[in-house]
Ligand binder design. Sequence first.
Ligand code: PLP
Length: 413
Amino acid sequence: MRPDAITREECVALDRRDPLAEFRDAFVIPEGVIYLDGNSLGAMAKAAPARAARVVEHEWGSDLIRSWNNAGWFELPLELGDKLAPLIGADAGEVVVTDTTSVNLFKLLWAAADMRPGRRKIILEGSNFPTDNYVAQGVAAARGLEVVLVERDAIADAIDEDTLAISITHVHYKTGHINDMAALTARAHAAGALAIWDLCHSAGALPVDLNGCNVDLAVGCTYKYLNGGPGSPAFLFVAKRHLATARQPITGWWGHADPFALTPGYAPAPDIRHFLTGTQPIVSLSLVGVGADLMRAADMTRVRTKSIALTETFIALVEQRCAAHGFTLVSPRDANERGSQVSFAHPHGYAIMRALIDRGVIGDFRAPDIVRFGFTPLYVRFADVWDAVDVLVDVMESGAWRDARYAEREAVT
Ligand SMILES: *Cc1c(COP(=O)(O)O)cnc(C)c1O
């Protein structure tokens, strides 16, 4: 690391040369806010309110039920899946946008159990975002299977002939560590197991190549780096080679081969439509397209290059300017192993984050002691990184974080 701190002028110069700079103008970033939480809830695209208004006022208000056909509501989950496919290395017909990540993972784990009969183990990372592990526990309880929780370095060795699937999150939500999708998928396949990947913190943050890595099944959410809006439906991927055989358990009419035949017996749709269950939240679903269109217009290699530069700058500045204040880097120091976020551990992390948020620098806190900062290359500038660290320096040097009101926990951290 260079001994003198990076200057604000250098950051401004980087912004001037940034090939993605124009994308910031496509988002609403409130005055006085430095938004470093796009990894939890992406910022709103400027085009989103008009899209929502059209769905509500015109498609619903004027066209009423005719919009299922005329406005393409019925096909929307598949159409959006095709739109997201190139962002995650999938082909058309392999992705659908529906339900939540948790529900979709339930469907895929259940399908995986049927695809590997006789095998009992599902392997996940113990420190993974808990919902994935909870869902796996639910499937295991219903199916008489076993959930095996291991940490990163032990995943490969845990895979054996009794493993039906690994279910691994590509980028760790807390540390930002990237798990090796190609290597772990190959290892799972060598043992005859399936590879399921959760892309919640990688879709829209870095290039993902599901088919290049030969991945079997995948899920991910659209409200983080894909900017789909709060609670926007998630996506689900099934590799072409499995579409004819993979069967999900929540066999509702939207996944039926002929939903409007209204026959008494369930017959699975022969394609990705089978992974749908019931009527979708059309207003929310329609906004996924707005975020996806912006992401598709950006070159993912450029997104990754800028993401690395942003996180490198942030780490260097915090370590240069806050050296005396007790922050320990939790994210990988090697940029090739790091997603688009930086996490530091600090014993007073919760109060520090509350103080930062009060001063317009929005990141988040993850128990027990991690302050987490997400860097979304489409709308975060290098000058923002510098300004955010400047506020952090002030919060630490003034002791502002010691204010008693920052010690009280809110429901959502
Ligand atoms: C954000 C996230 C989820 C979200 O799941 P929901 O069902 O949308 O609440 C799931 N898994 C991981 C790894 C996540 O990071």
